[in-house]
Design a protein around this ligand. Structure first.
Ligand code: ADP
Ligand code: MG
Length: 289
């Protein structure tokens, strides 16, 4: 590989919003066979909005219950939590202080609020009931993430949060497929939600309900099949998987931790930057050989 051609290529890539960390990152990108995408903040905008909030009997959620749930979520850094806190703020609710707050990665949160035990999260954390099942089915079919809340161990609220897919995601995935690259969606979100989002953008392999600490193992398992893998992510959660992948690509709109773990940074959060990065790498390595 001639240093000059690599310098020229990385400069050209930078103009397209693709920052290669070094020559190895460019070289590795030319050999990628599988691209694994994180969902939230990578394929979707990462700005979830609350789209449903009901009591267990399906009636609109009252302010008192929403305030308890939002008070627990206020201490969380998860984007889903922000959507719930925003709804409470929109209703002008005063949130009580939460104590004994615990964030359970990839599951949800628990806290003590106003003398009540409040638990908010997915089906692993808050058990499904006969009432929650149809709600979960309906919301996941629309691509929304269901969130269940229990107060003092009793189901109290059904919420759903939805995040829009990025406008260029579909085109970017079509481009990767054209180049014979396999594409996978990897997420901690509900299986059915992940499938709906995947269908929307044309991804046909889905690995969902993966715990944050297992994402790295998923990458390793694909590599064990003898495949060269790129992982694209934005979150702190994604850092070990980005480091494990043959090429880690971080969204420039994401966390610093993700960018520090990555070989390539994609400015402006564009998904099209992924096929662009692979194209530039291909063209450069072709010229070198
Ligand atoms: P992702 O793969 O999108 O980064 P996470 O691993 O962070 O997802 O979380 C997986 C799932 O755990 C979420 O889809 C949600 O159902 C649940 N969850 C995580 N944190 C919270 C929270 N603060 N409030 C409610 N649910 C949560
Ligand atoms: Mg993410």
């Amino acid at each position: 590989a001639t240093p000059l051609s690599i310098t020229i290529a990385t400069g050209k890539a930078a103009q397209c919003g693709v920052l290669f960390r070094n020559a190895q990152a460019l070289e590795g990108s030319a050999h990628v066979q599988v691209v694994v995408f994180d969902k939230t903040g990578t394929i979707t905008q990462g700005r979830p909005r609350l789209v449903a909030a009901v009591a267990m009997d399906g009636t609109p959620l009252d302010d008192r219950v929403l305030a308890l749930v939002a008070a627990a979520e206020r201490r969380s850094e998860h984007p889903l939590a922000q959507a719930i806190v925003d709804e409470a703020a929109g209703r002008g609710l005063a949130l009580p202080d939460a104590t004994a707050f615990r964030a359970l990665a990839g599951q949800g949160v628990t806290a003590r609020v106003d003398g009540h035990d409040v638990t908010v999260g997915n089906g692993t954390l808050v058990a499904a009931t006969a009432q929650s099942e149809p709600f979960v089915r309906e919301q996941t079919a629309r691509g929304a993430t269901p969130i269940l809340a229990a107060i003092d161990g009793e189901g109290a609220a059904l919420l759903a949060v939805s995040d829009t897919v990025k406008p260029d995601a579909r085109q970017a995935i079509a481009k990767l497929h054209e180049h014979g690259v396999q594409v996978v969606l990897l997420t901690g979100d509900h299986e059915a939600t992940a499938h709906t989002v995947a269908r929307e953008v044309g991804i046909d392999h889905v690995i969902a309900q993966v715990r944050p600490e297992s994402k790295e193992r998923v990458i390793a398992a694909i590599q064990e099949q003898g495949l060269q893998v790129a992982m694209v992510g934005d979150g702190i959660n994604d850092a070990p998987a980005l480091a494990r992948a043959d090429v880690g690509m971080a969204m420039g709109t994401g966390t610093d931790v993700a960018m520090e773990s990555a070989d390539v940074t994609l400015m402006h959060g564009s998904v099209m930057a992924v096929p662009t990065a692979l194209d530039i790498a291909h063209a450069t390595m072709r010229n070198i050989r």
